[in-house]
Design a protein around this ligand. Structure first.
Ligand SMILES: [Zn+2]
Length: 168
């Protein structure tokens, strides 16, 4: 669901930093019209190996734009995380974990809270709890244990993604 902002991102640009002859070629921020250094890589799409390079503020803006949970209340986000159906929303929520989503200034992001919720844990749960709950749920929803059950496969993917996000 790229926003208009993201569609306006141009091709990678290179520029020179410094005015003397030691000027170093640096990657410029990919955000249209921005002339800062782009030293914050971000996937062009969830799961993609291609990267945009942004300055810090634009990387943050890009992450916010891609955060599946952006603009949702916590309750809505939780509802989506509990949706085991094959809907595109459930798929998108699982993919969001793959690159963490937007981070809050302090405390847990909505994405992290949703990840705790996916693992059916309180958001203060420690690594031991996260690990044992992950093992329990992964076993329960593993495709081998649920042959031909796409809802279980989706849940399994969400559980893995949530664990990837929360493990140390
Ligand atoms: Zn920028």
């Amino acid at each position: 669901m790229p926003s208009d902002h993201i569609r306006s991102f141009g091709f990678p640009r290179w520029g020179e930093y410094g005015k003397d002859k030691d000027a170093e070629a640096v990657r410029m921020c990919d955000y249209t019209g921005c002339n800062e250094r782009g030293d914050h890589p971000a996937p062009k799409s969830p799961g993609s190996n291609e990267r945009w390079y942004f300055c810090r503020p634009h990387a943050a803006e890009y992450n916010r734009s891609w955060d599946f949970f952006a603009g949702m209340s916590d309750e809505e986000a939780k509802r989506h995380m509990h949706d085991n159906s094959q809907s595109s929303d459930a798929f998108a929520s699982a993919r969001t974990f793959e690159w963490g989503g937007a981070l809050d200034e302090n405390g847990y992001s909505t994405t992290e809270q949703a990840a705790f919720d996916t693992l059916e844990l309180d958001s203060g749960a420690g690594q031991d709890q996260i690990k044992s709950q992950y093992r329990k749920l992964a076993k329960l929803f593993h495709p081998d244990a649920n042959p031909g059950d796409p809802a279980a496969a989706e849940r399994f993917h969400q559980i893995q993604s949530a664990y990837d996000l929360l493990k140390e």
